[in-house]
Design a protein around this ligand. Structure first.
Ligand SMILES: *Cc1c(COP(=O)(O)O)cnc(C)c1O
Length: 354
């Protein structure tokens, strides 16, 4: 029997400091007010003006012809892979990519593709690794048709792919006639950290999506963008997967609010992540990866506590962190401020000393 521990353990204290994930942000009062005031229509029917406003704005932000509103980022990946690939094709992606590790095998189940796992530090790979993965064109080889990149690389520690690397990789893809897709769940974190506009960051990609439920703080929604032809085909998949909605403008309004209010402030999350990493590094034996953005991966084993043991002890003190890829992950976001980071550090120090 698989374990699906998706309810709080009975008797667990309430979470005071939530470093578990930026997905756990709550919509603010002002965001909720914007949702209440949204003009609505039937999204599936093309009649929701707030959804149109969001899609137009996202197409412009991402420098693409068109965009489509979706319930989740996972659906954006599923749709993109289905539009770009045929049954039996091969997708090239990092071995830690969300499409490979965290989407319940959907790309095998629904698109019928296999994913070639590429290696490299911090969730990224370089041109040499990509070239080494190119298969000979023969009737024995699967057809390689899609390059997928995650900006930022989640399990890679929220690492930001340098624009020059992206340009080199998409150039190789173009030379081989592959399509290119960017999983931009945390794209705005990358753009804020690197000081590069989103349209420039994804210029080499045929499709890209942004998640509004990570650091941007909306309750649901992702927007997938690409050429008009790509989006027309994406819409058929959205319908096919049950992703067409009705008065979705109530959620699109939260996304518009997030674009206006929650993008520039991601810099605060990055500063909090750096402060957390610096504090953790001062604890003897703790191995900390330097964060580019809002994800801090650390391993307390050298300080005498296994990651899972520290995670459980912290949870007992009302502090939530996640376990990912054999380490602990602390994620900063708009519901975490600098005093909470200090408080979390104090508790971690005490638990590791005790
Ligand atoms: C969260 C996430 C997704 C999936 O988005 P959902 O909105 O949770 O479906 C995909 N890729 C990455 C890198 C993510 O962090």
């Amino acid at each position: 029997m698989v374990q699906i521990p998706e309810r709080p353990a009975p008797g667990a204290p309430p979470v005071r400091i939530n470093l578990y994930s930026d997905t756990q942000t709550r919509p603010s009062a002002a965001m909720k007010a914007a949702m209440m005031e949204a003009e609505l229509g039937d999204e599936q029917h093309g009649d929701d003006p707030t959804v149109h406003a969001l899609c137009d704005r996202m197409a412009a932000l991402l420098g693409k012809e068109a965009a489509v509103f979706l319930p989740s980022g996972t659906m954006a990946n599923v749709i993109a892979v289905n539009v770009h690939c045929r049954n039996g094709d091969e997708v090239l992606a990092h071995e830690t990519a969300h499409i490979l590790t965290s989407e319940a095998g959907t790309h095998a189940a629904i698109a019928g593709v296999q994913i070639h796992p590429l290696r490299g530090p911090r969730g990224m790979f370089d041109a040499d690794a990509l070239r080494a993965a190119i298969r000979p064109r023969s009737r024995h080889s699967p057809e390689q048709t899609l390059l997928e990149i995650e900006q930022t690389a989640n399990i890679g520690g929220g690492a930001v792919w340098p624009l020059a690397t992206l340009t080199e990789l998409t150039g190789i893809a173009r030379d081989h006639g592959w399509s290119t897709h960017m999983d931009g769940a945390r794209l705005m974190n990358a753009c804020v950290a690197a000081g590069i506009p989103a349209a420039e960051m994804c210029a080499g990609f045929d499709s890209v999506w942004l998640d509004f439920t990570k650091g941007l703080g909306a309750p649901l929604g992702a927007v997938l963008a690409g050429s008009q032809e790509f989006i027309d085909r994406a819409w058929r998949w959205k319908q096919r997967l049950g992703g067409s909605m009705r008065q979705a403008g109530i959620c699109a309004a939260a996304c518009l609010y997030a674009l206006d209010n929650n993008v520039d402030r991601l810099a605060e999350d990055h500063a909090n992540a750096k402060a957390l990493a610096a504090g953790l590094r001062q604890i003897e034996g703790v191995v900390v990866e330097e964060p580019d953005t809002n994800l801090v991966f650390f391993d307390p084993t050298g300080a005498g506590m296994a990651p899972a043991a520290l995670q459980a002890a912290l949870r007992g003190e009302g502090i939530a962190v996640s376990g990912l890829g054999g380490r602990l992950r602390a994620c900063t976001h708009l519901d975490v401020d600098a005093p909470m980071i200090e408080a979390a550090l104090g508790t971690i120090r005490r638990l590791l000393r005790g």
